[in-house]
Unconditional design. Structure first.
Length: 194
């Protein structure tokens, strides 16, 4: 029996020397092995009891790793949900000045009868909004007189083309399309010349 324990200990020492990462894992097993050896020194040494002790250690490690993994999954899920909830906060914060400008424009419409100054103010607000969205990665899809592309356009209808050169080209744009960071987020609704 003593030769069994010596072989087992030698195998563990050899694998620890070959793979230092497993050294910590083996420490707990060696402690159980040593405890089993000392408790069985008075009795007849039983390798089955030793294996049961090692199995208990392995089960304990498995349960701890499983628990750590489950906690990791829960934590990453919670972090992902928090990220999704607050993902738009940056864009919304950058749009608040535009909202303030629109509120001022509405207030000035009540008192101001000068249509041209209101028009200029609304155009300025529109440009400010476009600039903010462009900084966030939004790009308008240029569709007019371009070849119809199903990746960028959605054909609402088609009309007869004035000449052969305009066949297959976008004749009119009903709703502008947009890309966000080179990914289409809304297809342009267009009329295609046939």
């Amino acid at each position: 029996m003593k030769s069994f324990f010596k072989k087992n200990k030698m195998n563990k020492e050899q694998s620890a020397a070959e793979n230092p990462a497993n050294e910590n894992e083996l420490e707990g097993t060696e402690e159980i092995t040593n405890a089993a050896q000392s408790s069985n020194s008075a009795e007849v040494e039983n390798p089955v009891e030793l294996l049961k002790a090692e199995l208990n250690v392995a089960n304990d490690k498995f349960l701890r790793l499983y628990s750590d993994f489950e906690n990791h999954k829960k934590r990453t899920f919670k972090e992902r949900m928090d990220l999704l909830k607050s993902a738009g906060a940056d864009v919304i914060i950058s749009l608040l000045p535009v909202l303030d400008d629109l509120e001022r424009a509405v207030r000035s419409m009540e008192n101001n009868k000068d249509v041209e100054s209101l028009k200029e103010g609304v155009v300025l607000i529109q440009n400010k909004l476009k600039n903010i969205l462009t900084q966030k990665g939004l790009q308008a899809i240029d569709s007019m007189n371009k070849p119809f592309d199903t990746d960028l356009h959605e054909a609402v209808t088609n009309i007869p083309a004035e000449d052969e050169a305009k066949k297959g080209l976008v004749a009119d744009e009903l709703e502008k399309g947009y890309m966000l960071n080179d990914k289409v987020i809304r297809h342009a609704k267009v009329v295609v010349g046939m």
